[in-house]
Design a protein around this ligand. Structure first.
Ligand SMILES: *Cc1c(COP(=O)(O)O)cnc(C)c1O
Length: 379
């Protein structure tokens, strides 16, 4: 079959037409149980809702084709997917991850590693030798990276990380939530597993919690993750799955607009007198820009951070004075959000006190720029 481009696959929900009815919109199958025929054989490929449901499977096929993977698995949240991957690591093995990364995943990593006596090594994502120094060949089982890294937007070289991880006998898993398969197909750069919090860009409307894993190969680890999902009941429910698919159909347009808005905002405010540092991988001044250009083929995304002149009080004051940007956590939705990460993460946070994280939405960029201008001018 001809391989369609990402935008085409998304718009047509995987080139879907229902064979039974001709429906162009995919159906939702809420059934939790599936019948057997007169020979006591299952009539379809499904047994029970905690294991799998047809609505999920449709989204999984689309997710696998977006990332050019073998298979995908949908979970009831991003963290459920992440935890299922970590669950495959045994006592005595090692996990390496960036020192600054998605806070929830890092928090869980610390907890599970301590409990299971897994060796945990955090490396500096800004240091090209960082990962090499963190690995213990033969002991490291999993390298978990994000690119760009939340919320500093450091760009990690996926191809180089894959090479280094594989040489040490580890697999590479990439959290691609912020880049999405629109602009980065991590498996093509050598990753073994790619993860997306579908709560963010994939769904994009702030009304579904979901996570997805895509694998390059069908191996024992993948079977184990499937086993875990089934037994802990971390599968995504059919109604959420259906909503997610509807959101995904406009992903390429939403991502394109968010990327274009974010680039304009980053350029406009880069040299603003109240801005100490603008962090956006699409700027030529960004230390990871060259890698980003290679790795992000269709835009640099809608996420950026601003270190304002001053400290925590000044940053919070800008956030509370913004009228259009909503002060809330999460990212990748159609509406623009702002967040003071240091407050949200608490005392263990390594995020600078004067940093504000912005999830740029698909609004008219002029409105966003004037709101930010007035917000910055209060400090
Ligand atoms: C939100 C997020 C997650 C966790 O996903 P949930 O759907 O909230 O469980 C993981 N990684 C990144 C980068 C995220 O932004």
């Amino acid at each position: 079959m001809k391989e369609y481009s990402t935008a085409t696959l998304l718009a047509q929900a995987g080139h879907f037409v229902d064979e039974l009815t001709g429906a162009v919109t995919p159906p939702v199958h809420p059934s939790t149980t599936f019948a057997r025929d007169e020979n006591y054989e299952l009539m379809g490929a499904y047994l029970y809702g905690r294991e799998q449901n047809p609505t999920n499977e449709l989204v999984e096929q689309l997710a696998a084709s977006l990332d050019h993977g073998k298979e995908a698995m949908l979970f009831s949240s991003g963290m459920a997917a992440i935890a299922s991957v970590f669950e495959t690591i045994n006592t005595g093995q090692q996990i390496a991850a960036p020192g600054i990364m998605y806070y929830g995943a890092q928090d869980w990593l610390r907890w599970i590693s301590k409990k299971r006596e897994i060796d945990l090594s955090f490396f500096d994502a800004g240091d090209p030798m960082g990962l090499r120094k963190a690995l213990i060949p033969g002991k490291t089982a999993l390298v978990w990276i994000e690119s760009p890294v939340n919320p500093s937007w450091d760009v990690i070289d996926i191809a180089d990380s894959a090479k280094v991880a594989h040489e040490a006998g580890a697999i590479l898993a990439v959290d691609g939530t912020v880049s999405t398969p629109i602009t980065t197909k991590a498996l093509e750069f050598g990753a073994d597993i790619v993860f997306h919090s579908a709560t963010k860009y994939l769904n994009g409307h702030g009304d579904v919690n979901a996570g997805v894993l895509v694998t390059k190969v069908l191996d024992q680890r993948w079977d184990e993750i499937k086993y875990i999902r089934k037994h802990v009941g971390a599968v995504l429910g059919p109604f959420d799955s259906w909503l997610l698919l509807r959101g995904m159909r406009t992903l390429s347009l939403r991502f394109e607009r968010a990327s274009s808005n974010a680039l304009k905002i980053a350029q406009y405010f880069e040299n603003h007198p109240k801005v100490e540092k603008m962090l956006y991988p699409g700027l030529e001044s960004h230390p990871g820009h060259l890698i980003a250009q290679r790795q992000m083929t269709h835009g640099f995304g809608g996420m950026l951070s601003i270190c304002v002149k001053g400290g925590s009080a000044e940053a919070v004051s800008v956030a509370t004075n913004l009228k259009l940007f909503v002060s809330a956590t999460s990212l990748g939705g159609v509406e623009s959000l702002v967040e003071h990460r240091a407050t949200v993460e608490g005392p263990l946070s390594r995020v600078p006190e004067n940093l504000l994280r912005f999830s740029v939405g698909i609004e008219e960029v002029e409105d966003l720029i004037s709101d930010l201008e007035q917000g910055l001018n209060v400090i």
